[in-house]
Design a protein around this ligand. Structure first.
Ligand code: AMP
Ligand code: ZN
Length: 137
């Protein structure tokens, strides 16, 4: 897609630090890493996010993400890995081309912090919320 940074990286119009490439998938080091070895895995074809990516492409991307997570543990001596993908700006997506973050973790105070607020009223509503979700399945 025109003007998409990751499309430009995938087709070689912009430079990147590539760690993996095949016909459908590319993995690059994040230019602004949260931790050492923070990698982005993405399809070469443009899809806006995880939710709009076809299953067969999703599978290919996730298989590479898993491999990179395993390699982070072995080669970079990470003690854990976060695999995450943001969908839409409200969820923190800043580049609107589907990508999966593979973030090696070294300790709980390294560069990534994920926190969840305690939303007590949502706890009370669990059965209602479950009904709304299952209606859509
Ligand atoms: P998100 O906020 O989930 O959309 O993640 C986008 C990620 O892409 C951020 O972590 C950025 O640091 C990273 N990023 C943006 N531009 C580039 C680039 N040209 N090369 C590598 N990583 C990039
Ligand atoms: Zn794109």
């Amino acid at each position: 897609m025109k003007d998409c940074v990751f499309c430009k990286i995938a087709n070689g119009m912009l430079p990147s630090t590539k760690v993996y490439e095949d016909d459908d998938v590319i993995a690059i080091l994040d230019i602004n890493p949260a931790t050492r070895g923070h990698t982005l895995v993405m399809p070469k074809t443009h899809y806006d996010n995880f939710l709009s990516t076809p299953r067969e492409i999703l599978t290919k991307v996730m298989i590479v993400a898993q491999r990179l997570g395993q390699i982070a543990m072995k080669q970079l001596h990470a003690r854990g890995v976060n695999i995450l993908t943001n969908c839409y700006p409200v969820a923190g997506q800043s580049v609107l081309h589907f990508h999966v973050h593979v973030i090696p973790r070294y300790d709980t105070t390294d560069g990534l912090q994920i926190s969840m607020k305690d939303m007590s009223e949502e706890k009370i509503n669990l059965p209602t919320i479950a009904k709304e979700i299952t209606k859509g399945m």
